[in-house]
Ligand binder design. Structure first.
Ligand SMILES: Cc1cc2nc3c(=O)[nH]c(=O)nc-3n(C[C@H](O)[C@H](O)[C@H](O)COP(=O)(O)OP(=O)(O)OC[C@H]3O[C@@H](n4cnc5c(N)ncnc54)[C@H](O)[C@@H]3O)c2cc1C
Length: 310
């Protein structure tokens, strides 16, 4: 049995791209990862809480896990090109256009794997202008800043309910606003939120504006069902309003869902031949490290056992 000598280009050195590369590397295949940052690990350095999703151990935080990826890379020397910001992909010509050290470059590929992950959705700039100091997207590394404060959490998913519960241990009061009829978070978290005496929930509600002299002092929210507006005394706002996919460079031939995540079928195959997607960027994927790594490992196995076999 022999492998084809196809050139595989993976975009992104997060857990998904690294796991795939590890499989290909150990089998001696021709691959390269193009990564825009100077190091491996994708979103992991942003994780400041205990990382305990793995039965193989508890990691102090995301950086602790990144160190394991660095150790792996030091041992096996994966073929990664850092500082490569991919700007566009032409899937008809099988070319990737990217910038490295301010120089525009082109990489040809036979097989493309997109593993570019996702990022936090940010609040509208005009909404928070002037109050950026009191606006948060992550809380774990700054919990003391919430001590005895009136806190507004915006969002209705797991990240919003988890943040509200955590902040209720520090703040004076937590208000959770959610634009839907009901929160979409896990039922156990939702009932924990409702039974927490420090948390007040406003469903069907949106943030209209922020007010204060220098520091944030209050917000106005509106109930979209009744049209009733109300002012709340708030010192800190935490936005947990979901994620956006890093798919801006993908050409229009590749099918995306209505939120711009990449649609896949079967073994992570996009609608275009020889183009795959793995990890957070995949439409409908649960955004977890174990899942991203699973995608990479499974695609690697598919390449090695079927797709690349001559
Ligand atoms: C604050 C926070 C806390 C989290 N907590 C947990 C947790 O407790 N447990 C858990 O399992 N998961 C957690 N996650 C989610 C987890 O980090 C992701 O699911 C995982 O990192 C996804 O891996 P990925 O490889 O698909 O994408 P990513 O980790 O996003 O990696 C994508 C890589 O692609 C690169 N890239 C993107 N665009 C380009 C481009 N145009 N050109 C070149 N390179 C590009 C990026 O620089 C990045 O290195 C958390 C995430 C965050 C932000």
């Amino acid at each position: 049995m022999k492998y084809t000598d196809k050139k595989i280009v993976i975009i992104g050195a997060g857990p998904a791209g690294m796991s795939l590369a590890a499989s290909l590397h150990l089998a001696g295949l021709d691959y390269v990862i193009l990564e825009r940052k100077d190091g491996v690990g994708g979103q992991l350095p942003l994780i400041h809480n205990d990382l305990d999703d793995f039965v193989v151990g508890v990691y102090r935080d995301g950086l602790d896990f990144v160190q394991k990826l660095i150790d792996f890379n030091n041992k096996y020397r994966l073929n990664i090109e850092f500082g490569c910001v991919v700007k566009s992909v032409d899937s008809s010509k099988k070319k990737i256009y990217f910038i490295q050290n301010d120089i525009e470059k082109i990489h040809a590929y036979d097989i493309l794997v997109i593993a570019t992950g996702s990022r936090h959705r940010l609040a509208e700039k005009r909404l928070i202008a002037g109050f950026e100091k009191d606006v948060y997207y992550r809380i774990s590394h700054k919990l003391n800043e919430f001590d005895d404060k009136n806190i507004l959490v915006v969002g209705g998913g797991d990240n919003a309910t988890i943040a509200a519960l955590k902040l209720s241990e520090r703040g004076r009061k937590v208000i959770l606003i959610n634009k839907n009829e009901e929160m979409i978070s896990r039922p156990d978290l939702v009932s924990e939120v409702y039974s927490n005496p420090k948390i007040v929930v406003y469903n069907n509600s949106e943030l209209l504006h922020l007010s204060g002299e220098g520091l944030l002092e209050g917000v106005e929210i509106i109930n979209n069902n009744t049209g009733i507006k109300q002012k709340l005394a708030i010192d800190k706002i935490v936005f947990k309003i979901g994620y956006l996919p890093n798919s801006g460079f993908v050409d229009e031939r590749i099918d995306l869902d209505d939120k711009a995540y990449i649609k896949t079928k079967g073994k992570y195959q996009t609608n275009i031949e020889d183009a795959f997607a793995i990890g957070d960027i995949v439409s409908g994927a649960y955004k977890r490290i174990a899942i991203a790594m699973g995608h990479g490992t499974e695609l690697g196995n598919y390449f090695l056992k079927e797709y690349l076999v001559k």
